[in-house]
Structure formats: C-alpha cells, structure tokens
Design a protein. Structure first.
Length: 137
C-alpha cells in the first residue's frame, strides 16, 4: 500500500514567485515555516522550525501569487515530491518538497478572515490550533 498526503500550516517565508514555463503552464514556488514548540525535561521552552518548499501548478499558481504574501499564515495540502538533478559539477542532488494541490487562508494579521469559502465547516468537538484551524482529534 502506498499513501502520500501532507497537510501543513505555517507562515510564508517570502513572497511566492510565479512563472510560466514552456508550454504556457503556470507554476508558483514558495517556502513556509512550521514551528514545533515544547518544554524540555527541565521546563525550558524549546523550538524546532522546519522550512518547507512548496510548488503549485496551473490556475492555482496565479491564485497563490496574487493572494498570499510573506508572513501570512496558510494551510497547504498536497503530496511529497522528490526532485533529482545534477549540479554544474556533475554531483547528483535531490530535494524533497510539497507538490501542493490545495491552499487555504488561515486567519490574518488584522483579525479579518480572508477565507474565500474553501474551508470545511467546523465540526463539533474539534480542537483549534494556534492558527485557528480545526484539528479533528
């Protein structure tokens, strides 16, 4: 059995960059930061931040470029994708990123909800995380 699904919420590190590749297909790339916070055995607050590269294709690429910016919180859904290439010195390189299938607004700095009606209705008994996202467990 194979299953490849990723759901992350975080903040955009820099403005998404869009481009059109040969054949007229649009693509957007950006990085989100997700931070895991915990307390050590002696009660000290600890943090671990992961910077995750994201890529989305088609009409949603333009949507991301036009509607999201550095510092904004977002939720991404997609799958892990591994890119493989050779660098200019002939060394084999690889990079893991998220091939994004869907994005959602998650709150905003001015207290307004920028959600465009693309989230699921809140289910009873769900817990909300620091981004205001319903956690179903």
């Amino acid at each position: 059995m194979n299953y490849n699904k990723v759901i992350l919420a975080g903040h955009i590190v820099r403005d998404p960059e869009g481009r059109t590749v040969s054949g007229g297909q649009d693509v957007a790339n950006w990085t989100i930061a997700t931070t895991h916070t915990w307390k050590s055995a002696n009660g000290e607050k600890r943090e671990d931040t992961a910077f995750v590269d994201c890529e989305i294709w088609g009409a949603r690429a333009q949507f991301v470029v036009n509607n999201f910016a550095k510092g904004q919180a977002m939720l991404v859904e997609g799958r892990l994708k591994q890119d493989n290439w050779e660098d200019k010195d002939g060394n084999k390189r690889s990079k893991l990123k998220i091939a994004v299938e869907d994005v959602k607004f998650v709150g905003s700095g001015n207290g307004q909800n920028r959600n465009q009606g693309n989230s699921q209705p809140r289910q009873p008994n769900n817990r909300r995380d620091e981004f205001g996202i319903d956690i179903p467990f």
